[in-house]
Design a protein around this ligand. Sequence first.
Ligand code: SF4
Length: 394
Amino acid sequence: MKTLGVYIHIPFCKSKCLYCDFLSFPEGRERQALYFDALKKEIEVCSKECKEYLVDTVFVGGGTPTSVDSDHIVHIMELIKTHYKLAEDAEITIECNPGTADFSSLKAYREAGINRISIGLQSPDDVELKMLGRIHNRQQFEECYNNARRAGFTNVNVDLMGALPGQTLEMYENNLDYILKLDTPLEHISAYSLIIEEGTPFYDMNEKGQLHLPDEDTERNMYHRTKEILAGNGYKRYEISNYAKEGYECLHNIRYWKCREYIGFGLGAASFLKCRRFRNTSDFSKYTSYFLSLSSERNSEMKADGTGAFVREDFEELDRKALMEEFMFMGLRMVSGVSVREFEERFKTDIFDVYGNVISKLVEEELLERHGEFLRLTDRGLDVSNYCMAEFLL
Ligand code: SF4
């Protein structure tokens, strides 16, 4: 049976962080309830186009899924279990921000079958947190983390952000050290650099010279020290920014990097299904009014291939060439690289017939290497991954 990942977008946050360009915003309880009614309808009506799939990963992301009434999330999980074939050992993740989840809500998520939690700490330094516009402090993170463990979460990720304004290498290393010294060691760490996105308050501040970001050398040193320190503490780097203890790699994200199918529910959620990419509208009123107006009789408007859903936009039919390109540049993000055998199985052609010249060139430059049935970027290749990946465009 084919497998599928399900992404569920919860676009609500208590307030907006100063660097954030995600589709998220504060909203009152009534509008949140309206959104969940629409989301439930979407999950129900889309089940028929997913009949032939076994769902083996679910990711409830945002936004801040833990900022809404936990009953909403519990109902969503019930719907998934009722309308989809959910693998018994499915990985089910929820994103959480400290200060938005207490013990009882964390327990409710766990009881609803959610077995992985990803906590957006970003920094354990209260001054840095405030500067980022985060709503929480270190103490709230500690309460949240301990409550998650008490509620039974045995697979926990923490997001850590580096290259923050005014941050030195030493300050960053102290932050890393802090998350490594938690009473119960983390199973997974995502360590990213801050990126200044257009349209955010940080972008404007940076334009005015008010941000004082670390220079490129300091940022590179943070990146290299992350690799060394985490490796020394038993974390295997399995993707450019992701590290895990053996057996705790995030299966949902691996699905994205391996170009496997997923369906996204909720405002702005992206899907890759049956060789097509598309995304839901980001217009709150359009999204909610469409699904709330679907009566049971009109459910048939939604055809098995999804074409009846007028909230879906940006359809892109991926031809064989585009699929090969994506397979390469997404797959090479992973430290294990891409499987030569899988390429042949998917595209019925030898990878060396398509990419022989590029592969030879990158091997010669010591940026790519063969390891068993895999082609993978070397350490140096991962450092300049954008350059390497661009070489695989046909
Ligand atoms: S909590 Fe996350 S999604 Fe919400 S505003 Fe901050 S960075 Fe954006």
